[in-house]
Structures are given as C-alpha cells and as structure tokens.
Design a binder for this molecule. Sequence first.
Ligand code: AMP
Ligand code: MG
Length: 466
Amino acid sequence: MFTPKLNFKFTLVMSWLLLSIVSRAQQSAFFVWETDFEHALQTAKKEDKSVLLYFSGSDWCKPCMKMKQEIFNSVSYKSYAAQNLISVLVDFPRYKRNALPNEQIRQNEQLAATYNEKGIFPLAVLLNASGQIIATANYKPGGSLPFLAYLESKIKPKNQSTTHSFAAMGSPFEITIVTSPEVNANELIAKAELEIRRIEKLISSWDHHSQTSKINTNAGLSPVKVDTELYGLIERSIKVSRLTGGAFDISFASINHIYTFDGSTNDMPSEEEVSRSVQLINYKDILLNPLDTSVFLKKVGMKIGFGAIGKGYAANMAKKFLINNGVKNGIVNAGGDLCAWGAPVNGNSWKIGIADPSKEKPFIAYVDLNDLAMVTSGNYERFIFIDNVKYAHIIDPRTGHPVRGLKSVSIVCPDAELADALATAVFVIGAKNGLAFVNQLENVECLIIDDNNKIMLSKNMRLNEE
Ligand code: AMP
Ligand code: MG
C-alpha cells in the first residue's frame, strides 16, 4: 500500500558524504593525471576544485623527475589532490619512443604559450576553474609538505554547508546555507529561524492575540487596523483568488472548523452545516482599506487563514533575510515547501528527488532548483477518510467539501509564496483544468500525481534522471 506521508518527503542528495568517509590512503588511489585541459576545467568547475598544470620534460629534465618523485608521487599530494585539485600533466618528452600524439603536442604547446611563456621546467601552475593563474611554483627539494602548504595558502578556503532543522508552523523546517568558513553560519540560520517564528506569530489563527485572530473575531463588527506586512499578504492572497477564480481563498477558514483533518474522526458534517458555512467563503467579502491598512470581514462568523500560503511566505522571508546578510547559496525547506538560491557545495544546482508514488524506486526523477521554489500540496499530510475515501485537507470554496482525486500538486516558480498558493489552487481546480491554467502562466510549471499514480507535467516542466 502506498503510504505517501513518508514516501513524499523531498530529499536533498548529498554525494560528498561518500568522500568524507574514505581514508586518506584510499583517497590517494583516486588520483589520476588528466591530459585534456578543457575536460580538466569542466571537472574543476563541476567539483569546485582548482587545476594544477605540471610542465614537465619527463625524459630529459632531471629536476622534473625529482619533482615528480618527491612531490607528485607522494601519498600526501595524491590524497590532497583527490579532494582539491585536477592535476594536468603537460609533458614535453624529447625521445621518439615517448612521443605524444599530435593533438596532445598541440594542446601542450598552447598551454606553454599561455601559462609558461619563459619555458621553465619543471613548473607547477595553479589555476582556478576559469583558467586564471592563482600561483606558480618551481621545484625546491624538501618533500611534498612545504609544496602542499604553499598550495593550501593560495587556494581560496572552500565553502561549507551548514544545516539546521526545527519545527515551526506545525511542520518540520530545515535550512541549509553554503558559506565561507569565516561566516558564522549557525548564528545566521538561528536568526532566519527567528524571522520564521515572527511571521508565525503574525499570521497564526491559533494564537488569540495575533492580528489575524483580531480580524476574525471582529468579522461583521468592525475593521481591524493591521501591520502593512499582514495587509500586504492579504492583498496578495486576494490577487491569487482573482487569478484562480476563487479556487484559492483564505476565507476557506470560515468553514474549516466543521472538519477534523487529523484522522481522529470519520464523521462528515451534515449537508445543511456545509451549505450554511460555505456561504461565508468569499474573498470578495474581505474588504481592504489602504488608507489605514485595515481589514474588515463583511459577515459575522467569517474567518481567514493562511494555511495554504503562510509557509511559502515564511520560506521567502527567511531566504530574503539570509540573502540580505550576504548568504549567496541556500535552501529553505518549510515542511516540504522549498525555496533555493545559488548552489550546493558540490554541483551547480540544488537537486530535489521526487518520491515514487508507487514506491517501486526511491525517486521517479529529480528537479534542479536554480533560484526557484518548489511547493507541494498533497493529501498525504492531513486528510480525512469517509467511507474509505480519502479527502485532502483542502476545501473546494465553491462546494465547501474537501477535494479528492489527486495525490499531489507540485508547483515550480521563482516565488515560494506564489508557488504555495498556486499548488493549493491547482489541487482544487483538478488535473486537466489545472494543467491548462498553469500552461497559461509565465515562469510557472507543475507536476501533478493523481490517485492512480498517473504523473502529469506542465508544458515546460523539466525532470532529470539523476
Ligand atoms: P497547502 O498544503 O499549501 O495546500 O495548504 C493546505 C491548507 O490550506 C489547509 O490545511 C487549510 O488550512 C488551507 N486551505 C484549505 N483549502 C483552501 C483553499 N481552497 N484556499 C486557501 N486555503 C485553503
Ligand atoms: Mg499551498
């Protein structure tokens, strides 16, 4: 049986783990001389390494032979290089029996013209992954360690990945940032967590003292003046309601209390109760006054709630805080709502595995997130079973009934808040119309999985094999 609650967790793939557990001696076994310069640059870029060119005359230059023997053949060089360098042998043998292929000779001569104009042998030239010179070194007797210390002092300290998990907004959160070692990453993430907790306080419908609760308790009575931040969120929520023809509607909360979505009861409210409450759902009855940033819910009993947009907003704000504090790479996972920027330590983009709904393999595919958010609405976290039918915790504002038919809707777009709201809306709209709707939007893509595990993609949604 498919148990989506666990199965649908999106997992970050971290291949560096493997490297960190092999011993130094084993690492040296990974050492190889590269001879193709272009390929070396590409690998260096991909693996965040530097390039070391070793200009050698392997069959005539005695110091070259010594340098190779003492430095490059040492276990310490090989293990250091396996982690930090792409080593390129630029050889100029003189004897016919050692002659290199013409193509190789041409490349080596070009490299000498660019990086070893004076024709010094031996010469080690350290380059960054863009091919710019960082440092050069001649041969000096004394073993590999001083040479490695010199390289180490020239190579920029590597970025580090720091992750912190915590619970907020009733969901597990995880923040990962990639920063240089001198940055206090834990302190920055702790401050981003505080930012999320601040937002939780502002938008919570559970906290009776929150501004949101004040709006709800004054429904039908009087407008409530709120912070511009909350006012803005409500304004944007109404915009999404208009865009989605009311499928997304924060006034769904007017009806939420008649359902129990924690699995504790199988009781469905009476039709009478549903039709009475559904009349209270209407985003057009949320009246905004920009002059004093006040919000008025027109009808007594009406309520608003940010269950379908709040985590996306919080993810956006945590990202904004971190970027404003100089963090160039990171990913915020707000209970499965992801928003990523920059790149992980190894690789060019954040790779997100999409779990296989039929459980035949761990992931059906991967999505590359480059400065993008991916938010999933699903019936796997909170749901209700009635007569053996599983209903999601998402309400169709037109009928007042919980929606069924889909397992999950994932939206990919640059903005986590919008992705969050649209994922909920497409869940309500359904697969066919939902895809047509998303295909009309610019920079918005989606992946839908229905109850029969059928996977549907929007026009430009790209999945990768690995
Ligand atoms: P999400 O996981 O983002 O789809 O949000 C689901 C939550 O959004 C539910 O638990 C409700 O709190 C809330 N919600 C349910 N139906 C709607 C709706 N039609 N429009 C807006 N919010 C909704
Ligand atoms: Mg949502």
